[in-house]
Design a protein around this ligand. Structure first.
Ligand code: ADP
Length: 585
């Protein structure tokens, strides 16, 4: 498969042809819109040059970076009239990007009408951020009417560098809490919590968040109201001020280019120094905020022109983060030189608990890979359906021996009430009461056998009843989860953490995994069909072990949504996630 990737900005077009992960050719046409002795280089002309340059490589698919896809697109998508309409509808929110992507799509369609076209969205990685992270605290009727929510951008880069960092750290991405910092002309931070974007600094538009080349990032909305009220600014002038004359350019009064600002700062230029300080301070502030919102941090990942190249900016951002367990190695930081073959460097010390990495971003490769996956999934003959039993798990607790004794008395051990489906596991006769800040839930089942950590699994509805904020987690991932008080007949135990909403998952024996052609920790989608209500569950985590028996576990809220009752076996059809997401759309 040969994929032509086109990344079209307001003044440049980058392109690259890939065969699998190998780049066959690449190039960048710059200064679009500029006047060259009376001749203006237009996007159409630039694209013509691109098509001439790649013609001999005979691509069979074209993939485009699309900055704003709104909330609709969660993954790469074949471009049809509906996609084009959706991208067009977002032009007012991404005026510097979406029109140019559309122009590129049109030019390529005219030149290569038979090639499939794929859109890969910068917003897609963030679409499923939790509601608390996407919602602005304004009147929700107005927010809904005007589509005011946070979208986030740079998603292709954040997801690429997060995955690359996980490979370097030799840990599954789904076990890591990362803060990725894409620092370039446009800059944003992302909290990548166990593989998902949990929060990002750009919001409804790419203007919010970090200090950028010429964009302000966070500004008190009241300031804009004052400037408007002064009568000295029109809306367009404010737009120009915030997008083109702010950030490093506005702070320094010199340039939007950090290299120039660093040179002036060395010579004592006060505003150059201030720009650098404000930039670093804002980035550090976001690291702290995201570590807090994820309840912990494993690594910080730098990327983008500044993140990859500015030794001194990385050092400034990371200073005074020792309290988080992060120790920068100044020599390693100074020695970073990234290129295609050497695309990841570690800059924390050997004993630093939180690691710091620099990763060369490769948005084009990510776009090519996503497009290739989409094409491959579509070409594959659909897999045979096979029923997967479904179990609705009511709220329950897994307890340690120590907690069990505190609740049920010294020497107490669990009493088996009945075997449950997974081999070796059982429901106990013992029950505990959960006490939250708002309410209590009594007689919650203890499941055996005893474990090495306490874990209490509840549904979203239970969360609201108890008045707690429990994160969605895989079993065993309890670091930074919610606290809860357990009450038994003998005593009470305050757990500092351990309360979670369990993530939907399927237990499988390795033979089942082979049959379904899935791997441990892969995310798939499962369609529940033939019941009172058809429903497709996405984000179902596959867990493979010799001791597991095939069964999907969902909680009571999820069971209710599909009108399945607890303990029933559902009639499930397994489908590949890409086919399913296509179906949802
Ligand atoms: P874009 O967001 O347009 O893709 P880049 O990621 O290329 O931007 O980042 C551009 C920024 O990177 C500029 O501010 C530039 O000054 C900065 N930069 C590039 N190389 C260096 C360097 N060696 N030292 C400091 N800053 C650098």
């Amino acid at each position: 498969m040969r994929i032509l990737v086109i990344n079209c900005g307001s003044s440049s077009v980058k392109y690259r042809v890939f065969e699998h992960d190998k780049s066959l050719c690449d190039g960048k046409i710059e200064r679009i819109g500029e006047d060259f002795e009376g001749r203006i280089l237009t996007h159409a002309k630039a694209l013509q040059q691109v098509l001439e340059a790649v013609n001999s490589y005979k691509p069979d698919t074209v993939a485009f970076r699309v900055v704003h896809g709104g909330e609709k697109f969660t993954s790469a998508t074949f471009i049809d009239a509906e996609v084009i309409a959706a991208v067009k509808a977002r032009i007012p929110d991404a005026p510097m990007h979406n029109p140019y992507a559309l122009a590129a799509i049109k030019s390529c369609r005219e030149a290569m009408p038979d090639l499939p076209q794929v859109a890969v969205f910068d917003t897609a990685f963030h679409v499923r951020m939790p509601r608390r992270a996407v919602t602005y605290a304004i009147d929700q009727d107005i927010a809904a009417r005007y589509g005011i929510r946070r979208f986030g951008f740079h998603g292709i880069s954040h997801s690429y560098v997060a995955a690359r960092a996980a490979r370097h750290l030799q840990a599954p991405l789904s076990d890591l809490r990362l803060v990725t910092l894409h620092l370039g002309n446009g800059s944003s931070a992302c909290a990548v919590e166990y593989g998902r974007s949990a929060e990002t600094s750009m919001g409804n538009t790419p203007l919010e968040g970090l200090v950028m080349g010429s964009r302000s990032g966070d500004v008190d909305a009241g300031v804009l109201l004052s400037l408007l009220r002064s009568g000295d600014f029109t809306v367009d002038q404010l737009d120009d001020l915030l997008n083109n004359h702010s950030g490093l350019a506005g702070l320094s009064g010199i340039s939007n280019d950090l290299r120039e600002i660093e040179n002036h700062a060395e010579q004592g230029h006060d505003r150059a120094r201030l720009s650098i300080n404000v930039f670093a301070h804002r980035a550090r502030k976001y690291i702290g905020a995201y570590a807090a919102s994820m309840g912990g941090l494993d690594a910080i990942v730098f990327t983008g022109g500044i993140g990859e190249n500015s030794t001194s900016m990385r050092r400034r951002i990371l200073q005074r983060l020792e309290f988080l367990g992060l120790h920068i190695d100044l020599d390693r930081n100074a020695d970073v030189r990234l290129d295609e073959d050497n695309d990841c460097a570690e800059i924390s010390t050997g004993h630093s608990r939180v690691r710091a990495l620099v990763v060369k971003t490769n948005e084009e490769l990510m776009i090519a890979n996503e497009a290739a996956q989409l094409v491959a999934a579509t070409n594959e003959a659909s897999r045979p359906a096979r029923a997967i039993p479904i179990a609705v798990s009511a709220r329950h607790c897994h307890l340690t021996a120590e907690t069990f004794e505190k609740l049920f008395g010294p020497g107490a051990t669990p009493t088996v009430d009945r075997e449950i489906s997974q081999p070796g596991q059982y429901a106990c006769k013992e029950r505990v009461n959960l006490i939250g800040p708002r309410n209590r839930i009594d007689r919650v089942r203890v499941l055996g056998p005893l474990r090495s950590v306490d874990q209490v699994e509840i549904s979203r509805t239970d969360e609201f009843k108890l008045g707690v904020d429990a994160p969605i987690r895989d079993s065993g991932q309890i670091q930074g989860s919610a606290p809860i008080t357990l009450e038994g007949p003998h005593g009470t135990v305050n757990l500092q953490e351990g309360l979670i909403c369990a993530r939907r998952h399927i237990h499988m024996h390795p033979d089942d995994a082979e049959q379904f052609q899935v791997e441990d920790r892969q995310e798939i989608a499962v369609a529940v069909r033939g019941g009172p209500r058809d429903l497709i569950f996405g984000d179902v985590l596959v867990r493979v072990k010799d001791s597991y028996k095939l069964e999907m576990h969902i909680d009571t809220d999820e069971g209710n949504a599909a009108e399945l009752s607890s303990g029933e076996l559902g009639d499930l059809a397994y489908e590949d996630i890409d086919n399913v997401s296509a179906e949802i759309q």
